[in-house]
Design a protein around this ligand. Sequence first.
Ligand SMILES: [Ca+2]
Ligand SMILES: [Ca+2]
Length: 469
Amino acid sequence: MKNLYIFISCFVLGLIGAAQTVQLNSFASGFSSPVEIAHAGDSRLFVVEKSGIIKILNSDGSVNPNPFLNISGLVGSGGERGLLGLAFAPDYATSGRFYVNYTDNSSTDQPNTVISKYTVSANPNVADTSGEIILTYQQPYSNHNGGKLAFGNDGFLYIAVGDGGSGGDPQNRAQNTNSLFGKLLRIDVSGATYSIPSNNPFSSSADGPNDPRPEIYAIGLRNPWKFSFDSTTNDLWIADVGQNAYEEINKVIGSGNPGDNYGWRCYEGTHTYNTSTNCPSGGLNSTVAPVAEYPHVGSGCSGSITGGYVYRGSNFPNFSGKYFFADYCTQNIGILTENGSNWDLVFQTPNITKGWTTLGEDVNGELYIAGGSSVYKISDANLDISENETFSFKMYPNPTKNIVNLDLSGIQNKVISINIYNIQGRKILGIAPTQQKITLNIQNYGGGLYFMEVRFDDSSKTIKKLTIN
Ligand SMILES: [Ca+2]
Ligand SMILES: [Ca+2]
């Protein structure tokens, strides 16, 4: 069994050592069922709402009043149906091409999944509303529609397709190469119509009703609710939602091997699920084993993975190279850390808990997460920003909500200024204190992480983290 290492973690409450502690900071709100966040190679984020609307979220946290695209008239939305995927072409800056994945409004139970091409208009903040259908296939059930789209560094479009739905993959579609369901597809969309990359595993298939589908790149997926490519190494990460027992994360070098089998429905994680028919003769060892899995705990909504990204940003060095994901049911955030040839898994209960629906990565590699109607920035509460402190001061309460007290007893005559910075480094308050004990009203600040800086007359400064709830 290759690369298998399972670290089943207890859910960890609070701090877990000094390596990293996730802190979520409010970034933007007012979205309706956000299910995807993408960028187009510039500072904007594009937030996909399930009903069929794409909104532009600017780097200052503002949301454009006019949507980038509104195709809600084409989209059938509800439950696991809706506008689910968005990917900008690698040459978007010149071609203006982008791709969406949605379930249409033809049927609630058996809608068509549609992958369409759109282009930006002359206004960079508004898309042309006339789309062109690239690929469509009818869903056998309303659920397990996958939907994630992303370009690999090979320039090809990868498409996550769930097993079709119901439960337990009743027609065993994920292992059936005649079916697009339960697959990772890969197509070349650089031309007028899509074509098949030459090293797709069934690229030479005749594509008749009993022939393997040439669009298939990898098989054996249940409902890959998010995959991503590491923006530094290009390694492929696939999170696959489990049936009733195990959630799993798969990682392969590069985009893996054409024809890779991720195991479902024969296996749920590394556990046999249903090996009655059409399973690989080599058993579990001949499938791609997850680098991590975790069991459901309790009943009801007890586990549903939302895959994420390897952190490649620069703001939080402790995060570098770790894979961040979340769980819709437990509302925890998971972190995978490379440990030799294995990946260690820990969960953290963040300061804000929601049913997490998607993570997102901006052009600088910083990470975001969406749940409810909001988008949060993922930051490291253990960010070490202390410099050689000459003078110390007391700050309380912390975390706080409406006010924060500073006690400068013994050092007040040395203090030049007191400044508060937000997580983006923008100064939002600056005062010169005239008293030893100061109370600051911070009730109008948004919740999140801030930095309290006190500057002294010897040019030194002391900085403390301030958390506002
Ligand atoms: Ca379906
Ligand atoms: Ca699997």
